[in-house]
Design a protein around this ligand. Structure first.
Ligand code: H79
Length: 600
């Protein structure tokens, strides 16, 4: 049995003592060669599951769920919202706390939820461990504003532990949403007391990582806002991300851990929208509601159709993104039946005739332009054209190519109709002989020969000269070989112990050897300044000091040929970042790998 007052105080003290919070760094901070870029998320083993799995379930569940989207004001009128109901309906804190005392999600059935995810074809789950209301959905020792200590729920139950067990049993990955913005903690809004809140936040996150071993952390509430004021800064993000990676280096973390920029976390988080193309410089995952609310809202029956949702998943995959689709359990913890039905229908489509091949392990089509009639994804030597507008009898589908490649054969999944492919104009005409197989998307599988890709090179990186001034002046302090241009020194780090965190510059020289003869897009992510020359020609010139930004250039590169490359970089003050990525129709975006970079 737990003794509320003294017991909690002791546990809290213990939890805080056990949590080593890195000291906030003053001024330019330490400069000990810290590089926060441990790997390239586009290719790392760490992120492999995330890049293959593509489809996940978001669960919004909290003390707001108990109100089911409706608040009766003292004057008798009704205010509607969902997870933002406390703030949007101006519910006084004591009243909000009072209603939470009645929260009893006795019907929360982790196995049923995991089954609904599995039936949908989903491969991971992300549940709100704490939303903006600050209410923890696990028995945290940090405070008593949580599902065990402030509810009418069974004190012996722990829904996150239940979900973890059920997910593990089903081979589904589990991640946690955690809101930085906190409406309940009194220390949150005031920058003077904010560090006290931050300590508790670190302690809660350590509890989550240590207790439930999540695969992923999904932050939110990192933006500048009021009511309550949000003091969160990019520096806070740097510290938090590095703390978490210290707890578990395998964690996949979204970009809202910082300030939602291309340099924050592992992946971008478009919300309620699907970008029209792969996102530059970052993995990404689009999160979306099944109706118009994240948390349960009894009044909201505006459900998207399974057809729309499945097409959204196809669109997302065809641009190398993930789709995180939300359910909001009700006050009793039950997932609404209309949600379960739609998820089941999506799964039915994915399980039919191998159509799931167009999604799982698949990515940006690349070799072809995205057509108006559907979405094209690629998996190895297969292109999957998911056709949403099937041609009339005798008609054909045109694919505009972005590079030279051969189509070896074509078939319609789930149909034995003949498909004729002919070269035509700027690409190929695909002419099916029969009807669409279903109303959602009919998949034409094209076996392709993408053309020659030479074997990996034997490069060891570029020559790197580091200067302890911002103008590449004088003799370099350090000359060495740098394996990849994948650096994230942020505020506190620097390229080496002898180099300060501010006011340094770097020149890389050598050559780059592509494995395919194609037009490549070179991308730099830089802060403060960067420029790139290929074969002596300046192709990226981003030499005015800036915040983290992305620049691109198109260059024609020839397989097996070493093209000379020079990159210059300068850091004045503040954050420091420099990444160099490439992509081509046949090569997905990635940091240029070491094997393709040579010192000469
Ligand atoms: O957790 C979900 C949302 O609660 C959260 N992020 C997802 C994953 C979210 N935070 N902000 N937003 C979504 C967008 C903000 C919308 C706003 Fe409003 C418009 C804030 C105030 C006006 C929508 C309408 C939310 C409250 C009223």
């Amino acid at each position: 049995m737990r003794h509320r007052a003294t017991g909690l105080a002791l546990l809290l003290a213990a939890a805080l003592a056990a949590t080593a919070v890195p000291a906030a760094t003053a001024g330019s901070g330490r400069a000990d060669g810290t590089d926060h870029a441990a790997d390239d998320p586009f290719t790392a083993d760490r992120t492999n599951w995330f890049r293959q799995d593509r489809f996940g379930m978001f669960i919004h569940f909290g003390a707001y769920s108990n109100l089911e989207g409706e608040y009766k004001r003292p004057d008798g009128s009704t205010c509607r919202n969902a997870e933002w109901i406390k703030r949007e309906c101006d519910i006084p804190m004591d009243e909000y706390e009072k209603q939470a005392q009645n929260f009893n999600p006795a019907d929360f059935d982790a196995k049923a939820i995991v089954k609904a995810a599995k039936d949908a074809g989903m491969r991971y789950i992300v549940i709100t461990s704490k939303h903006h209301e600050g209410y923890a959905m696990w028995p945290t020792k940090v405070n008593d504003w949580n599902l065990r200590d402030h509810s009418s729920f069974d004190k012996n139950r722990d829904i996150l532990a239940e979900l973890k067990k059920a997910s593990d049993d089903a081979g589904i990955k589990l991640g946690f949403y955690y809101s930085i913005w906190d409406w309940h903690d009194k220390d949150f809004p005031d920058p003077a007391t904010f560090p006290k809140y931050e300590k508790r936040m670190y302690a809660q996150l350590k509890e989550l990582v240590d207790t439930y071993d999540p695969a992923l952390l999904w932050f939110d509430g990192e933006w500048d806002t009021d009511k309550p004021h949000n003091p969160w800064t990019a520096r806070d993000g740097e510290r938090l991300e590095s703390y978490l990676r210290g707890l578990d280096p395998d964690l996949v973390i979204n970009n809202r851990v910082g300030k939602r920029r291309v340099v924050d976390g592992d992946y971008g988080t478009p919300e309620q929208e699907i970008p029209g193309a792969p996102v530059d410089g970052q993995l990404w995952e689009s999160c979306m509601t099944l109706n118009d609310h994240w948390g349960y809202a009894r009044h909201d029956q505006n459900w998207k159709s399974a057809q729309t949702l499945t097409r959204n998943l196809l669109a997302t995959t065809s641009r190398s993104g993930n789709y995180l689709l939300n359910v909001g359990p009700d006050a009793r913890g039950r997932v609404p039946q209309p949600s379960v039905d739609r998820l089941r229908q999506m799964g039915d489509w994915l399980r039919t005739a191998g159509q799931g091949e167009a999604v799982f392990g698949a990515r940006y089509g690349g070799l072809v332009e995205e057509p108006a009639w559907g979405h094209v994804s690629r998996k190895g030597d297969k292109l999957y054209a998911a056709v949403t507008q099937w041609p009339a009898t005798g008609g054909s589908l045109h694919l505009k190519v972005r590079t030279d490649f051969e189509v070896k054969s074509a078939r319609v999944l789930g149909s034995d109709q003949k498909v004729t492919v002919t070269r035509s104009g700027d690409g190929y005409d695909i002419k099916p002989s029969g009807a669409a197989t279903n109303d959602t998307a009919t998949v034409v599988e094209l076996r392709v020969d993408p053309g020659p890709t030479s074997r990996p090179g034997r490069g060891k990186g570029l020559k790197q000269e580091i200067f302890d001034n911002e103008n590449l002046e004088g003799a370099p302090r350090i000359t060495r070989t740098d394996a990849t241009l994948n650096h994230s020194w942020k505020y506190t780090g620097s390229p080496a112990a002898s180099i300060p965190a501010d006011r340094f510059s770097i020149r890389w020289t050598g050559s780059v050897e592509p494995r395919r003869s194609e037009t490549y897009t070179l991308t730099t992510v830089s802060d403060d300044m960067a420029r790139v020359w290929i074969d002596g020609k300046l192709v990226i010139d981003s030499w005015t000091p800036h915040e983290p930004r992305l620049d691109k250039a198109e260059v024609r590169l020839t397989a097996g040929r070493r093209h000379s490359i020079k990159v210059e970089y300068a850091e004045r003050t503040g954050e420091a970042h420099l990444k160099l990525l490439w992509s081509s129709p046949g090569q997905e975006q990635q940091v240029i790998p070491r094997s393709q970079l040579y010192t000469r």
